[in-house]
Design a protein around this ligand. Sequence first.
Ligand SMILES: C[S@@+](CC[C@H](N)C(=O)[O-])C[C@H]1O[C@@H](n2cnc3c(N)ncnc32)[C@H](O)[C@@H]1O
Length: 175
Amino acid sequence: MPDADPAATNPHDHAPAAPPTPFTHVVYFEPRIAGNTGSAIRLAAVTGARLHLVEPLGFDLSEAKLKRAGLDYHDLAVMDVHPSFDAALDALPGARVFAFTAHATTSYADVAYEPGDVLLFGPEPTGLPDDVLDHPRVTDRVKIPMLPSRRSLNLTNAASIVVYEAWRQAGFAGA
Ligand SMILES: C[S@@+](CC[C@H](N)C(=O)[O-])C[C@H]1O[C@@H](n2cnc3c(N)ncnc32)[C@H](O)[C@@H]1O
């Protein structure tokens, strides 16, 4: 009988193997609405992006709205929660940070995304505060184009557009 391959998948372990280096990190700064974060967890689970939530959150992570998004243990495994913005940045040393705001000149479609980039999104009611937008770790502010006089996209609609563009540029790695 051949020796067992130590790298082979254990047939009794049903957990999907997480990609070692996510093609991108998505950071939600102080998100307020559970349903948006539930959708983002699912977005991370299906693409291999890694989701980071910066506290304080506007909801409890055990809320039904998160579970209603159809999440289970394996989906939740793609998420980290950080006590502050600086703690999140410390967990992502050296990475480029793109801050998403409708009030920017660079379009998300003109960014050449690199593995490990951080895509930073703001809270639903207010968007990213000035001290975060001005943070020295922020590489650039980036917009998703909209028609004139429109305020903004939904948070996770915005994140989905950018995550899929970054993943497309990475050749849909792992899909
Ligand atoms: C619901 S929006 C916040 C709305 C807030 N009133 C504002 O004007 O920024 C939540 C987050 O989604 C992202 N977002 C929404 N629309 C966007 C756009 N057109 N371009 C870039 N980011 C956008 C931003 O990160 C924003 O902080």
